[in-house]
Ligand binder design. Structure first.
Ligand SMILES: [Zn+2]
Length: 235
């Protein structure tokens, strides 16, 4: 049996495999690269972000300047090469095999809000009121080749938090701006924020979960539920 050497330049391979091979051969673990470099190597420009995201559930770790302070805003860092998705048995690793049931369960468990920044489905971002959040599922753990993702592997994220690289045209926060707001918080709120920072997720309360579910209802049914709650509180 002969070993087939696969090359990222081979246009017959899919974009995800070519991106993985390029990262392995041209960047290597511990190397930095830019999205532009990857784009130039593997064509299909809007696809590059997606291809990198698709490597994450296969155990690949790629960090950006938000995760790793020494990086420039346009730099990415290949921390870990995950499963060799160019090999036949790993080809399907991490590809979106999420059943509708799991998807629904995760959104519901997470209260239909982004567990990273806390924005709800279709809500405007507090720092960017013209953009409205679209929710998607992100991977917190890699899952085995070809197996379906479990709810524990998944987390609800907004598209903005799920991006490997934040579009630099978006509103940029300055450190001072954030720190000024943090300082103003009560001690109780500071403690809560500190705990969220440690876990890098915002836990959701039962009231937020109920709100997220309520917001999924069509307008007429929302009115009914709001009316029922009003009556209950008055009763
Ligand atoms: Zn978010």
């Amino acid at each position: 049996m002969s070993e087939v050497v696969q090359d990222w330049r081979d246009k017959k391979l899919g974009a995800r495999i070519r991106a993985a091979l390029w990262l392995r051969d041209e960047v290597g673990e511990g190397g930095t690269f830019s999205k532009q470099d990857l784009r130039a190597a593997v064509q299909g420009k809007e696809q590059v972000d997606r291809r990198m995201r698709d490597l994450r559930p296969a155990g690949w770790v790629i960090k950006n300047y938000r995760d790793k302070p020494s990086l420039q805003p346009d730099e990415l860092y290949l921390e870990k090469i995950g499963l060799p998705i160019w090999e036949k048995e790993h080809r399907a690793a991490g590809l979106r095999q999420i059943s509708a049931k799991t998807r629904r369960f995760v959104y519901e468990r997470d209260g239909h809000m982004c567990r990273r920044c806390g924005v709800g489905a279709a809500e405007a971002y507090p720092d960017d009121p013209d953009s409205h959040a679209r929710l998607t599922l992100g991977h917190v753990n890699s899952h085995k080749s070809g197996s379906a993702a479990n709810a524990e592997d998944l987390i609800t994220e907004c598209a903005r938090c799920n991006e490997t690289v934040r579009h630099l045209t978006g509103v940029q926060m300055g450190r001072e701006q954030v720190w000024d707001r943090v300082k103003e918080l009560s001690r109780k709120d500071k403690l809560a924020l500190h705990a969220w920072m440690a876990g890098d997720v915002r836990p959701i309360t039962p009231v937020e979960q109920a709100w997220g579910m309520y917001r999924q209802l069509p307008a007429a049914l929302r009115d009914e539920v709001a009316g029922d709650l009003r009556a209950l509180l008055q009763g």
